[in-house]
Design a protein around this ligand. Sequence first.
Ligand SMILES: *Cc1c(COP(=O)(O)O)cnc(C)c1O
Length: 465
Amino acid sequence: MAHENVSELVQQAAEHAVAYLKTVDDRPVMARASFDDMVAAFGGPVPEGPTDPAEVIDRMAVSAEPGLTAMGSGRFFGFVIGGSVPAAQAADVLVGAWEQNVGSNDYTPAVSAMEYVAGRWVLELLGLPSAASVGWVTGGMMANFTGLATGRLNVLAQHGWDVNAQGLQGAPDVYVVVGDERHTTIDLALNFLGLGAGRSHQVPTDEHGVMTVNALRSVLESVPRGAPLIVCLAAGNVNTGAFDPMGACIDVAHDFGAWVHVDGAFGLWAGASSDLRHLVEGVERADSWATDAHKWLNVPYDCGIAITAHQDAHRVAMYSRASYVPMGHAAIPDPSELVPEFSRRARGVPSWAAIASLGRSGVAELVERCCAHARAFAEALGEVDGIDVLNDVVLNQVLVRFGDSDDITRQVTGAIPADGTMLMSGTTFKGRAALRISVCNWRTTDDDVQRCVDVLARLFSEART
Ligand SMILES: *Cc1c(COP(=O)(O)O)cnc(C)c1O
């Protein structure tokens, strides 16, 4: 295959990409084709021999079209899915072309430096300690894993136990305290770390889905004093958007000798706005933090950020020695010293581009605008007879209930994908069905919000009759 074909092919793929991006504002948000349709379109036996790559790219673009859900649409409000701001979207194209396996500052200086600088920028924007260590991981899940792995290493080291050398068998018991509304990835991370999610001690949360300082204190009093201890706090409940009271909880947990990890996959971005910063007051006193750039910084998947206030422990927890890779001695860690992955793409680069293009005011504005849209949803829906907003809309999340039964709420939720105007997912909050609206995309406009409110009102009246 001739080398010169590569540039033509990349051009061809870019044209397909541009054509798709032009449809994002208007296409039905939910994919029209099913998984089975797509397996049929892409399947068949392994091709016996080569096919012209240009044909492969065309076939890919054409076949995928009906099976694409417009997750980048300004009317996609499911889960917590950010779009991609233009600079980040375009930067991702370069990340692919550059083919850098970002592991070492010496071997991949350009992308290592961009990730390093982007990490410093993120700390500054979020109001976290400027000396913190930053690892670019796949998402919030691995950011939680990295923070908790560092915590596990640290609390055991304080009891004279080297978990890297000795493992967990025979180690002092590690106590983990979590809120009963924690994100499921905290449990996954605890399982991966051999800490057993089922063994964690749960703090009951209040009607906003967050813990009070007193509730936390009483659980802390129930674990053996002086034992290795990790406390996980939530900056942004995944349903309500509410925050565990950060500073006060961190201080109490520290009084008990705990390592404090904060899951702030989307909520930590409140720190980027002077209007919202009060929600994370004191968060900078924690020991580790997990957040996602692919959520509220609006960069392409996948991009999570693992941050710790203990660079040496972070480095020891994640550092893998390979005799053929010279690294791990510099004052500034190599990128691979701070993440579980060994080889990986330069996923922090689009974050550099996003922050370079938005600036401090642009990031703040992105976050504030999403919150304003969430409040607009709550106000407009709250005015519709029979629709209730279940949460205080302190951030970007809105929980809505239709009529007075779970059934009607589920019926409205179930009718959304086929309507195609938007996507929102259902949830259960404190035992009741709700529709969950998560606003997390730079593309969302006032008009999008109004259109979606109108459709929801219509789907509700259809469900009632
Ligand atoms: C999304 C989310 C996670 C998981 O992040 P991924 O990027 O999906 O791995 C963890 N915690 C919270 C609060 C989240 O919203």
